[in-house]
Design a protein around this ligand. Structure first.
Ligand code: HPA
Ligand code: MG
Length: 207
């Protein structure tokens, strides 16, 4: 794991939501802000430089794992494009959807959709872009080379070994939302990464 520049968010760092702009409809559903949007943007700029320094001028498919990574993905691709300004090899993007969470628990089954076939990725250099890694991730894609970039890595015991080549932040074991990450499909539009309040978890609970 290239965790050299990863920022570790301490267990105790919880900032008041009143100090930030959050949609009014969510204010009571959130306990605190743990990573403000500005910090994410600054960190991803540097992460893009680190990724480029390792991968270099190679053809690259950047694979967005929907839905949670959509914001991290667009920010990272923008910053990678700047880092790759003098590259001769093209960058392509693709999207797949992997769904496993209901309420705050993983259902254990991964649904993969988006590509007509995972064979499309065979023989390519792939940079997987994931929002969060907690207990596990997707398996073998038959690619030439695969790197994984992760916005958030939870400090929990992994059930299976997970590749995390480029990590923006590691965070405490708390259920978080925002910057693309959801709780039962809500909160993706929240700009900052926040910890939910107990009442928020109850309000949008499905089961
Ligand atoms: N929040 C949202 N989605 C998630 C989380 C989380 O903490 N962990 C895994 N998927
Ligand atoms: Mg989710």
């Amino acid at each position: 794991m290239t965790k050299t520049s990863c920022i570790s968010i301490p267990e105790t760092l919880e900032m008041p939501t009143e100090s930030f702009v959050v949609p009014g409809c969510y204010r009571d559903d959130l306990k605190s802000v743990i990573i403000p949007e500005g910090l994410i943007k600054d960190r991803v700029k540097r992460l893009a430089q680190e990724i480029h320094a390792v991968i270099g001028d190679e053809p690259l498919v950047v694979l967005c794992i929907l839905k949670g990574s959509y914001r991290f993905f667009t920010t990272l691709v923008d910053d990678l494009t700047v880092a790759r300004h003098s590259c001769a090899s093209p960058l392509q993007i693709d999207f797949i959807r992997v769904k496993s969470y209901e309420d705050t628990e993983s259902t254990g089954t991964l649904q993969i959709m988006g590509l007509s076939s995972l064979d499309e990725l065979k023989g390519q250099n792939i940079l997987i872009v994931e929002d969060i890694v907690d207990t596990g991730t997707i398996g073998d894609l038959g690619a030439k080379k695969i790197w994984t970039s992760v916005l958030l890595s939870k400090r929990v015991t992994r059930k299976i070994e997970v590749a995390e080549d480029f990590v923006a932040f590691d965070i405490p074991d708390k259920f978080i939302v925002g910057y693309g990450l959801d709780y039962n499909q809500k909160f993706r539009d929240l700009n900052h990464i926040c910890v939910m309040s107990d009442s928020g978890i109850l309000k949008y609970k499905k089961t």
